[in-house]
Write a new protein. Structure first.
Length: 171
């Protein structure tokens, strides 16, 4: 295959990968919105779509690595960048497309990291609430704790007349 044909093929492939990367960013933004709003029902389908896209992008990257290696370039990101630079002489749009792809993938990586941090924060908050409820359930077996968490899930009449306040507020 000539360098001109290789350049056009690579341009088409990278343009498709750009579209995939932009769709991945959209999924990650949707995932982030669900995490912020605590809309967990959609997260499973988003995670499956995200994983499928990431696997496809990785497969395509590994294919590009092999193509660059076959042309004598290093089998890594630097090698691909040099390969793109050489082929850009035959297809000038390659440089912009490759730059857009890298920028979009960097943005996707940042979003994915941020979403992971949101999940970690939410799990910590959930664990805190579980600990509070567990402590209350254990304390319920002690006579003084029944004033806070009674058998009906509320304060007993003696706690209400004695001016007792609940010990924890569950958000």
């Amino acid at each position: 295959m000539s360098h001109a044909d290789a350049a056009k093929n690579l341009y088409r492939n990278l343009a498709y990968e750009c579209d995939m990367a932009m769709a991945l960013v959209d999924i990650l933004l949707e995932e982030q919105a669900c995490l912020v709003k605590l809309q967990t029902t959609e997260l499973n389908s988003l995670a499956l779509r995200k994983e499928a896209m990431m696997l496809e992008l990785e497969k395509r990257y590994l294919n590009n690595v092999q193509l660059a290696k076959a042309e004598g370039f290093q089998p890594n990101m630097d090698g691909i960048a040099l390969w793109v630079d050489v082929l850009a002489a035959h297809e000038p749009r390659l440089l912009g497309t490759y730059s857009t792809l890298r920028t979009t993938l960097t943005h996707a990586q940042r979003l994915n990291n941020t979403n992971g941090e949101l999940v970690t924060e939410q799990l910590a908050g959930l664990q805190e609430r579980i600990s509070i409820l567990t402590a209350a359930a254990v304390a319920e077996q002690k006579p003084t704790a029944s004033d806070t968490y009674g058998p009906k899930g509320g304060m007993s009449q003696s706690a209400l007349t004695g001016g007792a306040m609940p010990r924890a507020v569950i958000r």
